[in-house]
Design a protein around this ligand. Sequence first.
Ligand SMILES: O=C(O)CCC(=O)C(=O)O
Length: 270
Amino acid sequence: MTKISAYELVTKEQIEFYREYGFVQIDNVLTSDELSELRIYLEEVMTQTNGHGIHTDKEGGSYYKVLNQKVDVWRDHAGMAKYSLSENFAQMAQLLTGVPSIRLYHDHALYKMPGDSKETPWHQDFPFWPMKESGALSMWLALDDVNENNGCMVFMPRSHKLGKVASIDFLEPIDIFELSKGTHIDDEKPVIVRMKAGSCTFHDGLTFHFAHANRTSNPRRVLAVIYMPDGTKFDGKSTHVTDSYGLQIGDSICGPRNPVLAKLSVKSVF
Ligand SMILES: O=C(O)CCC(=O)C(=O)O
């Protein structure tokens, strides 16, 4: 399979879909060779015990049952950096959002483990991020075929239009739909996104989403990369990325861990 550029992967319809519904599916963003390579790199970085990456919880822990998560894998593995810092992927984020320039916020490996697996509760990402303005988004790149049996994503269309609703604790979640009752969300239906390995979704940081528990006997492997518009301002929240910079509220989040990965080009103006 030959590599396809962001301009060929993302259609005008997908851009319109993303902006209207707050998420979009983009198929076959990896070639089969890239998929095989990335699976090896991801496994290597997940089993590495020293380095900068932050393993959120250990086996047996309550969070681990929701997600076996390692944050900042690009910092520990040049092979992971090849994908997490990919201009092509960032270009897709730039096309979808339409902003002139896109920076990395951070990446994370997201395994949903077999066994005593829990669903990822309905939530928005934006409340976890130290950003004053919305606009940041995640690419969720599946390294396995995903469906309801192993933890595919489910999105609530147009929920990004509600703005910031709540920060949901994954271990003691409250019902985000209780909080959004009486809004246009009452008329929307969740969309289950089943995908083949090597395909991805992008979702806005404000979009409500959920993932099923993994009822199979294999891990569900995902690389997620969070992008933010260049110029996104710091809101003062303490996070592993911003704590390393000594940022003041209102400063642009643009330290050495947040490089510009893609910029507007003539080709990206539809
Ligand atoms: O992979 C999952 O189960 C959930 C991922 C998620 O919530 C996200 O990438 O924002």
